[in-house]
Design a protein around this ligand. Structure first.
Ligand code: CA
Length: 451
């Protein structure tokens, strides 16, 4: 441990010194008064530092991802050269074995062989920031910087439960869930990491149907690669995760899909790009350069004519290592839900990366962070006295997103001016207003918090 600390101290000290030298050289150098586009880049790559003054403080960064569609903009930014276009010529986009490994690598940081930033379920960056999910409750200050995607998640159910009305509206399936519980074989469903999106989606869905997720079913955490295997062997009745995994259950005739998250909450917040605050603070220009690269990738991914190439890239061995046949239907919004439900064929019901019916996908609305934290309070994962507003104002850096978007020449019409997207409405008629989370909590029948 002391070795690591010492190494880290040495790294930080030397990085600061190197940064100071680079800055001095830049200011006094021959390019000081030239446009950034004219300055030479390391390695002889063409300099296209689009917008935003001098080049980034570093060109090197390590970013973690999980092989689900939410990581698409990070992979595309790398593969299509959008990071390099904004001066980030040495980005490593590193596959993580599981969400726990992603968290641990983030805690280590790149100087220890880990990562500086990553794709995140929410409110994972907040839980790391507060030391709620780290070893010895170590607090790692974090920033939430951009939303990578909306929708593209679902709830898959084992085929043995077909014909029991386990669909979007669960109210008609309640007697069946009660029957399973009474028989000592409660419905058992999995998510891939506790207290974040995929557990929150399945909890919301169950509770909306009158099923108490803490009393009437068994919820467990299972690593992503085990979800499909456990459904095959019958040890699990359902799971909640990102595409293409739920749809694989239908494709492989293991079961059906009860619901798309796009049906539960159209254009809902899904996963995010976040970074260690120390890295972003030391490298503000590099942070914005990364955001510009991701934003350009998001715009590119949302062009329907590019989706085939997106699928080709994701299917690669170093990324998802899955066939294009598996990835194509959910990436194009084509879901055969199964169990007698009408098929969906609408690209707007699949994952979206830049714009949706409610405006910007990429912009990290504070109102959405507030919903995730409120949902943690609802289920007893965070104490009710948590100062949600103060936490969101510290961790959410929509200001950096805005600066990056302006520097990248994003039209004003695509840059939100409000920190809230307004009142959100769920499929069961419940509404959420980030200005009054208590009203939302009070309106919910099933919850663990007393409000
Ligand atoms: Ca997800």
């Amino acid at each position: 441990m002391s070795k690591v600390s010492r190494r880290r101290f040495l790294y930080t000290a030397s990085a600061t010194a190197a940064g100071a030298i680079a800055l001095k050289g830049c200011t006094a150098g021959p390019n000081a008064n030239q446009s950034p586009a004219a300055s030479p880049q390391a390695g002889g790559a063409p300099a296209v530092n689009v917008g935003g003054g001098e080049g980034p403080e570093t060109t090197t960064v390590r970013i973690g991802y999980i092989p689900i569609f939410e990581s698409t903009p990070l992979i595309i930014a790398q593969e299509k050269g959008f990071f390099a276009k904004y001066g980030m010529t040495d980005v490593s986009v590193v596959k993580q074995a599981a969400w726990g490994a992603l968290r641990d690598n983030l805690v280590i940081g790149s100087q220890g062989g880990g990562i500086d930033g990553a794709q995140f379920q929410m409110p994972m960056p907040y839980l790391i920031h507060e030391g709620k999910i780290t070893t010895a409750n170590q607090k790692i200050p974090m920033y939430v910087l951009l939303q990578t995607s909306t929708q593209g998640n679902g709830i898959a159910i084992a085929g043995k439960h077909a014909g029991k009305n386990i669909h979007l509206d669960l109210t008609r399936a309640k007697p069946y869930f009660d029957q399973l519980k009474a028989a000592g074989t409660p419905f058992t469903a999995a998510y891939t990491f506790p207290a974040v999106n995929q557990e929150l989606w399945i909890r919301y869905w169950l509770a909306a149907g009158g099923i108490d997720p803490d009393e009437d079913v068994k919820l467990i955490a299972v690593p992503p690669p085990q979800t499909v295997a456990n459904m095959k062997t019958g040890t699990m009745d359902g799971f909640s995760t990102g595409d293409p995994w739920p749809y694989r259950i239908v494709q492989e005739n293991i079961g059906f899909m009860a619901a798309l998250t796009a049906q539960m909450w159209p254009d809902h917040p899904e996963e995010y790009f976040g970074m260690r605050a120390d890295w972003a603070d030391q490298h503000p220009k590099a942070t914005k350069a990364l955001l510009k690269g991701i934003m350009e990738a998001q715009q590119w991914c949302d062009q329907p004519e590019n989706r085939t190439e997106v699928i080709q890239i994701l299917s690669g061995r170093q990324y998802f290592n899955l066939s294009e046949e598996i990835l194509t239907p959910p990436m194009k919004g084509e879901y055969n839900l199964g169990d007698g439900q009408p098929a969906i064929n609408d690209i707007k019901m699949g994952p979206l990366f830049w714009k949706d019916a409610k405006g910007s996908v990429s912009y990290p609305y504070k109102s959405h962070d507030t919903w995730f934290l409120t949902e943690n309070i609802r289920w007893g994962m965070l104490p009710p006295e948590t100062d949600v507003k103060a936490l969101v104002d510290t961790v959410n850096r929509e200001d950096i997103w805005k600066e990056a978007a302006k520097e990248a020449g994003i039209p004003d019409a695509d840059i939100p001016t409000e920190t809230t997207r307004g009142v959100e409405r769920f499929f069961d008629g419940i509404t959420f207003d980030a200005n009054d989370p208590m009203a939302y909590l009070r309106s919910l029948k099933i919850k663990k918090v007393n409000v």
